[in-house]
Design a protein around this ligand. Structure first.
Ligand code: APR
Length: 311
């Protein structure tokens, strides 16, 4: 059995464990700073396995030693922004949490591939790569699958067509400036721009951009976790099964799309080696402008990180 360690046993981490165990994709270790909580969730999940006939072993712990020899490490540890906390305060706090999680797990799993979910996502993936000094293939940020899935869900709600027929591609940073590529999106091969009126498409694009905020406003406490965790399950499965799956993820840019030394949401190929290839799309002028705006916003957060944290 493969082994996946999930750092941060909160809503996203424990839900990811739930989906992964149900699919019997790996043995799972949940790590959290809170004492007892990861142990309780791990034991509870382990006790569910006989009912569904799955032999995934699930444990929770406060000790990184239990993560030894993991093939994949998923980082969801972090805090949400609290009242009175500036963006920089949040950045610093989450950078400390994610940096420690990455280095501690790397000690015990020197060959692991890292999937980062903690926000601000692109910047936390950048930090993880810089701290661990791993090649870019082995540090991937989750966001594009989630943002694209939200757009697909909204298109399905609007059209009544199966989600399986709906293909949407959302690139760029995981924020309000993300880049939904309507020109490349389609329903069973029919371009989305032909299937939906311009007004309806624009409404879907706007709702996609604000998709995370919509859930936060509804939940009142906390943020989305079902779709984010399912997105990282798809990434883990593609890696463990060496699927060569092309999906949008945050990857380290080394000249691709004219971007350098930053993480950004682009189509990548996921396989046994992690992020094996970056796929280049041809953009039209409008898409180039949106892409550049989103990149500038992510770069700004990267620069803020560099002024706050040494690596
Ligand atoms: N080490 C391990 N776990 C930690 C640490 C740490 N140093 N600091 C905090 N945690 C844990 C918290 O105890 C909590 O259980 O991280 C967990 C975060 O879980 P939630 O607060 O439930 O947050 P969640 O909704 O899961 O989101 C986690 O993913 O999608 C992103 O924006 C989201 O950055 C957030 C992250």
């Amino acid at each position: 059995m493969n082994k996946i360690s999930i750092i941060g046993a909160g809503m996203t981490g424990s839900t990811a464990a739930h989906w992964l165990a149900e699919r019997e994709l790996a043995d799972l270790v949940l790590v959290d700073v809170v004492e007892g909580m990861p142990q309780g969730k791990g034991l509870d999940m382990a006790e569910a396995m006989p009912i569904i006939g799955r032999d995934a072993k699930v444990i929770g712990t406060n000790d990184y030693a239990a993560t030894r020899d993991s093939e994949i490490v998923i980082i969801t540890a972090g805090v949400a922004r609290k009242p009175g906390m500036s963006r920089d305060d949040l950045l610093k706090t989450n950078a400390e949490i994610v940096g420690k999680a990455a280095l501690e797990t790397l000690k015990h799993s020197p060959n692991a591939i890292f999937v980062v979910l903690t926000n601000p996502l692109d910047t936390m993936a950048y930090l993880t790569m810089k701290m661990t000094k791993l090649p870019r293939e082995r540090v991937i940020g989750q966001a594009g699958i989630l943002d694209s899935a939200r757009m697909r869900a909204f298109v399905a709600m609007e059209t009544g067509v199966s989600v399986e027929n709906i293909h949407c591609y959302v690139l760029g940073g995981h924020g309000d400036e993300m880049v939904p590529l309507t020109r490349h999106s389609n329903i069973a091969g029919i371009p989305l721009r032909e299937y939906l009126s311009a007004d309806k498409l624009e409404a879907i694009v706007n709702r996609t951009r604000k998709g995370g905020g919509e859930i936060v406003n509804l939940l009142k406490t906390g943020s989305a976790y079902y779709a984010p965790s399912m997105a990282c399950v798809q990434m883990a499965e593609a890696i463990l099964k060496d699927k060569k799956l092309i999906v949008p993820c945050a990857a380290y840019m080394d000249g691709e799309y004219g971007l350098k030394d930053m993480y950004f949401g682009v189509p990548v190929m996921l396989g046994g080696g992690g992020m094996e290839r970056i796929i280049q799309y041809d953009f039209d002028e409008e898409e180039k402008v949106m892409f550049a705006k989103s990149a500038a916003s992510v770069k700004e957060t990267h620069e803020a990180l560099k002024s706050l944290v040494k690596f």
